[in-house]
Design a protein around this ligand. Structure first.
Ligand SMILES: Nc1ncnc2c1ncn2[C@@H]1O[C@H](COP(=O)(O)OP(=O)(O)OP(=O)(O)O)[C@@H](O)[C@H]1O
Ligand SMILES: [Mg+2]
Length: 277
């Protein structure tokens, strides 16, 4: 056992700073998070988080329940703005643009990111209309453009062969796994700069989960994915880099293989080996 793992958790203020050993994607970073702190009213949920997300790679966010994974993800697309009494300090840039700048257009920003949630949330409309929804919102009417986008997105989300003959049927008649792939198709239809996923497989059975994991592996390279997961094996299977969070801090952020095999922090090791969490 590593010496550090034998030590009792230290008081909050005594956390060491983040340990980094991130794998570079080769194409630079999409997101840069600098000194990000977040308070829900008086309660602090994120403490000076610093991390960059590499373009074209899959980045997993892991850590015990309540450590701030969803909060961090929701900061990226400014969904926390919708929460009352939230206070955010620090900076996040998306391809160099400060997303919390006073002049930032939040709606336009959210369009540059796709979001996939825990439970599939298809809209009560046809499969086709679900996929092209982001384009409809933008006022796109050209039938050819809509049809091409629908096909590309459904192929991209490995759903095309299963649904190509029933695009006009309700999305609500699909299985849970199909619905989640539909939500991924909708999220990639508008070619997002980053795809955010918050436990996208937690409502799915193992077979549907395996399909989503395959899909994430296929999307890597073309898309930049940030995925929150409770499932260690899943993080190990789908991601290039993994960020381990604990009590609102980013403890260690680095190459997924190293994170799971030879993590540099005792606390990461305890978590990935199932000693707590
Ligand atoms: N809307 C909110 N208002 C107040 N506190 C919140 C809100 N959302 C989250 N929190 C608190 O912030 C902390 C971080 O929560 P968050 O949901 O980000 O954790 P998480 O790591 O995603 O957990 P889980 O793995 O259970 O989803 C928790 O203490 C939580 O209770
Ligand atoms: Mg969460």
């Amino acid at each position: 056992m590593n010496m550090e793992t034998a030590v009792a958790p230290r008081p909050d203020h005594a956390f060491e700073s983040t340990v980094y050993h991130v794998r570079a994607g080769g194409s630079g970073s999409v997101l840069e998070i600098k000194d990000l702190s977040l308070f829900y009213g008086p309660a602090q949920a994120l403490y000076t988080v610093n991390m960059t997300v590499e373009k074209g790679l899959v980045t997993a966010l892991i850590g015990p329940s309540g450590c701030g994974k969803s909060t961090l993800l929701r900061c990226i697309n400014r969904m926390n703005d919708l929460v009352d009494a939230v206070k955010i300090t620090g900076q996040i840039t998306l391809n160099g643009e400060d997303i919390y700048a006073r002049a930032a257009d939040v709606i336009a920003l959210r369009k540059r990111m796709g979001m996939v949630f825990q439970k599939p949330n298809p809209f009560p409309m046809s499969i086709f209309e679900n996929v092209v929804y982001p384009l409809r919102v933008d006022g796109v009417r050209d039938k050819t453009v809509l049809e091409e986008t629908c096909e590309r997105a459904l192929k991209g989300s490995a759903l095309w062969n299963e649904v190509k003959d029933r695009l006009d049927q309700s999305a609500l008649g699909m299985s849970g796994g199909q619905q989640q792939r539909l939500c991924i198709a909708r999220a990639i239809a508008a070619d997002p700069e980053v795809l955010l996923m918050d436990e996208p497989c937690s409502a799915l059975d193992p077979i549907a989960t395996a399909k989503i994991e395959d899909l994430i592996n296929e999307l890597a390279g073309q898309y930049t994915v940030v995925i929150v997961t409770h499932n260690m094996q899943q993080a190990a299977r789908v991601s290039d880099n993994t960020a381990f969070m604990y009590l609102g801090r980013l403890i260690e952020y680095g190459d997924t293989e190293v994170m799971f095999q030879t993590p540099k922090c005792g606390r990461t090791q305890d978590y990935v080996t199932g000693r707590f969490g």
